[in-house]
Design a binder for this molecule. Structure first.
Ligand SMILES: C[S@@+](CC[C@H](N)C(=O)[O-])C[C@H]1O[C@@H](n2cnc3c(N)ncnc32)[C@H](O)[C@@H]1O
Length: 270
């Protein structure tokens, strides 16, 4: 049974997310998602659960000045970073605070709706998918991605095992992914009313710095694990980082850690 994980970020975590996690993994994923969905010049695009805005920014380049892009997220800290990083010379970008399960837009106003690594956090995923369908124009394109189950991510396995050892099973459970099964995802998209639903696995490379630096930055910029990590005593934090670094040793080169991570990419149409 799929669970829901709560995402909460503070201002410092949102900055780290944009500076470290976006170039390390979310930007390459956003490019893959946009290649699949292929927004065109002049399109109106909605990025649901936009976070610090990487999908929206890249979409704005693709649709050009005649298009328009809206990013929506529930988290004020993530949106504040998105607002501060808007690019110049692309489609106009609008940022909206809001809940993916009750989109504050009229029906049929977007040509493309995207959602990168957001769906797993919505308590009512079917309701959110129905909302994304509602705001799409007839024939409009939908694209979403979410991490495949934790067993396909060596870093998540190592983090979960170290958290179980040093903090407890409840903390370890927060490290795993809530929803990452391809057939469940396709069934949900079809149940929401989309047509031509396709779901495919893809591998991205999680590029991190040296373990001693990058593991604490990972915790600080994880909306699921940041508050757990912040409460730990320094000795427990050090043991956690050392255990994960040890488990990840075969992925470390002089440039840092590089760990494969599998995602599901879903596309469909209204
Ligand atoms: C892993 S981040 C992904 C952010 C961005 N899409 C990216 O690729 O970098 C997950 C985002 O989902 C947002 N989120 C979680 N639940 C939400 C909800 N119910 N409505 C809108 N946004 C939500 C969080 O605030 C967070 O910014």
């Amino acid at each position: 049974m799929a669970q829901t994980k709560i995402w909460r970020m503070d201002a410092a975590g949102a900055e780290i997310y944009e500076k470290v996690r976006v170039p390390g993994e979310f930007e390459q994923l956003a490019r893959m998602l946009l290649d699949r969905v292929a927004p065109e010049r002049g399109h109106a695009v909605l990025d649901v659960a936009c976070g610090t805005g990487i999908v929206a920014r890249l979409a704005a380049e693709r649709v050009g000045e005649s298009g328009q892009v809206t990013g929506l997220d529930r988290d004020d800290a993530m949106l504040a970073v998105a607002r501060a990083n808007a690019p110049h010379g692309s489609a106009p970008l609008t940022w909206r605070a809001g809940d993916a399960q009750a989109l504050p837009f009229a029906a049929g106003v977007f040509d493309v709706v995207l959602c990168q690594q957001g769906l797993q956090f919505f308590p009512d995923r079917l309701g959110a998918l129905r909302e994304m369908l509602r705001v799409l124009a007839a024939g409009g394109r939908f694209g979403a991605c979410l991490w495949r189950s934790s067993e396909f991510d060596p870093f998540t396995i190592a983090a979960g095992e170290a958290l179980a050892r040093h903090v407890g099973q409840e903390a370890a459970d927060q490290a795993t992914y809530a929803f990452g099964d391809a057939s469940e995802l396709r069934a949900l998209i079809e149940e929401a009313g989309f047509r031509e639903a396709e779901v495919a696995p893809l591998t991205v490379s999680r590029r991190m710095g040296p373990p001693a630096e990058s593991i604490p930055l990972f915790f600080a910029s994880s909306g699921r694990l940041n508050s757990i990590y912040a409460r730990l005593e320094s000795g427990v934090r050090a043991a956690l980082v050392a255990d994960i670094a040890h488990a990840m040793r075969s992925y470390v080169s002089p440039k840092g850690m590089e760990v494969p991570r599998e995602t599901l990419i879903a596309t469909a149409r209204r």
